[in-house]
Design a binder for this molecule. Structure first.
Ligand SMILES: [Fe+2]
Length: 255
């Protein structure tokens, strides 16, 4: 891979995110396209419209067969990328390293008066890598579900309890309301990123508060998200939440 990994790590620290080019071939692109048409899109009819006026669902890891993103996950380029970034953060990687792959589908059906399509949160996993599978070309600002990022607000917590205390502090109605003021946005270097179809975005999802702008005007957004390294993998609370999220995902598709 031709990437300058030092440059990527510096950008992640300084800007809070980094955009890189795709690192797989045209054949895999074709496989992804077929997978989208045959396996992902047909699931849309099973879903309801959510509070933001979107049809949305997600599927993770082995919840769907023939997932072409498994190939990306196992590719040398991908492994090299996350290993170097984690090493740069003094995180040792071994065979126990967990990577959680989520395919998320969102299509706007009703134009509601919303400015977001997902609330600000910290991920459970340290590094987040997002690949765009499909995205509407209509790129009117605030209508395509762009990423809202408050970069690198925290470091890795020493314990799972501390992690949830931090989450509790930021992931609530009042904090989210305050953070929306331009004073705090400026202070915390908040930014909105629209990712091009051909780019892959990386950021520290665990350290950065992030959410998404609204999806409007029948726009579509389908992503493959890789979550890499859960610092609190063995915590009971984390396992509980992980399983709860799995149930939420399944309920959305099976009701
Ligand atoms: Fe996230």
């Amino acid at each position: 891979m031709n990437y300058d990994l030092i440059d990527i790590c510096e950008k992640l620290e300084k800007d809070g995110y980094c955009l890189i080019d795709k690192f797989w071939d045209k054949n895999l692109d074709l496989e992804i396209e077929n997978f989208f048409n045959n396996n992902i899109q047909p699931l849309e009819k099973k879903t309801k419209i959510d509070e933001y006026g979107n049809r949305c669902f997600s599927i993770a890891d082995n919840e769907i067969q023939n997932n072409p993103f498994d190939k990306i996950k196992k590719s040398t380029e991908f492994i090299d990328l996350y290993k170097k970034i984690l090493a740069h953060n003094n995180i040792e990687t071994n065979n126990d390293l967990d990577i959680h792959n989520v395919i998320s589908y969102q299509k706007n059906e009703k134009n509601l008066n919303k400015t977001i399509s997902s609330k600000l949160h910290f991920d459970a996993f340290y590094l987040t890598i997002i690949i765009t599978i499909k995205k509407s070309n209509n790129d009117l600002s605030g209508s395509t579900g762009s990423l809202i990022l408050y970069p690198n607000l925290r470091k890795k917590s020493k314990s799972s309890i501390n992690n949830y205390l931090y989450k509790f502090l930021f992931q609530n109605l009042i904090a989210r309301w305050i953070l929306n003021f331009s004073f705090f946005k400026q202070k915390l270097r908040a930014t909105t990123i629209s990712v091009d179809n051909n780019k892959v975005i990386l950021f520290y999802g665990y350290r950065s508060l992030h959410g998404n702008e609204a999806l409007k005007n029948s726009n579509l957004k389908v992503n493959a998200i890789f979550h890499v390294f859960n610092p609190h993998k063995h915590s009971k609370l984390d396992n509980f939440i992980f399983n709860r999220n799995k149930k939420i995902r399944n309920n959305k598709l099976n009701n």
